[in-house]
Design a protein around this ligand. Structure first.
Ligand code: KIV
Length: 268
């Protein structure tokens, strides 16, 4: 195991030109595996709502649900930096709410940093949280908590006016004191420009190869979510089929009286 990953480690990785590896994690067994193989940042994303809880989007996720999943991730993690997502309505209502909820989530989850969505309009909230020494990861471009405003999960920054706004958002997040920035679903060229302009690392999802790091939802990487796959997702294995085959085999063996065998049985 290399040394513990901290917020300064992540900053240094950009300076060294070393790619940052981030994945989502929502429970102890996954956290343990991802941590052991060397993932740098485990993000307990509010994507837990759609990926694990079956909600239609991330909006229903609560602070308590985020804390529950993050505590599970912390129990499986030794090396990676653990970041907790601030759910919808936990930071948008006021600077006081943003500070209080960020503090509450760090205190009760064990995470080492928070992530929140939004650029220039979240500048003061980010600054206030950083001022109480809680590291903040920003998130701009496609921000899933704004799904209704955006009219769906669409690539952002395709027109010049939008590109200028996204660039301004990136600069605002850096100025506010965030230690890193997620760029979601924006053109590769724009992500490259932002990555070159910022001194803090950018972590891309659907933002091309030029970002300082990459993030994917672990269930997407493992092919657990079925047939719908956004363009930016690469599934490295079809775990859904493997799980189906294993469970089908279990059903067959139980029906046929093959399982449990002698090997799996106790005797007086
Ligand atoms: O909630 C999440 O998992 C995220 C990542 C996709 C960046 O925000």
């Amino acid at each position: 195991m290399k040394g513990k990953v901290t917020v300064p480690t992540i900053r240094d990785m950009k300076a060294r030109g070393e790619k940052i590896i981030m994945l989502t994690a929502y429970d102890t067994p996954f956290a343990r595996i991802l941590d052991e193989v060397g993932v740098d940042i485990l993000l307990v994303g509010d994507s837990v709502g759609s990926v694990v809880a079956g909600y239609p989007n991330t909006l229903p996720v609560t602070i308590d649900e985020m804390i529950y999943h993050t505590k599970a991730v912390i129990r499986g993690t030794k090396r990676a930096l653990v970041v907790i997502d601030m759910p919808f309505m936990s930071y948008q209502t006021s600077i006081e709410d943003a500070k209080r909820n960020a503090g509450h989530m760090i205190k009760h989850s064990g995470a080492e940093a928070v992530k929140l969505e939004g650029g220039a309009k979240m500048k003061e909230a980010i600054k206030a949280i950083v001022d109480i020494d809680i590291p903040v990861m920003g998130h701009i471009g496609l921000t899933p908590q704004s799904i209704h405003q955006m009219g769906g999960y669409k690539v952002q920054g395709k027109i010049q006016q939008q590109r200028q706004k996204i660039l301004e958002d990136a600069l605002a997040v850096e100025e506010a004191g965030a230690f890193s920035l997620v760029l979601e679903c924006i053109p590769s060229e724009l992500a490259q420009e932002i990555t070159e302009k910022l001194s803090i690392p950018t972590i891309g999802i659907g933002a091309g190869v030029h970002c300082d790091g990459q993030v994917l939802v672990i269930h997407d990487l493992l092919g657990l979510l079925g047939d719908f796959r956004p363009k930016f997702v690469k599934s490295y294995v079809d775990l859904r089929s493997i799980i189906s085959q294993a469970v089908e085999q279990y059903i067959k063996e139980v029906k046929e009286g093959v399982f449990p065998s002698e090997q799996h049985s106790f005797h007086l």
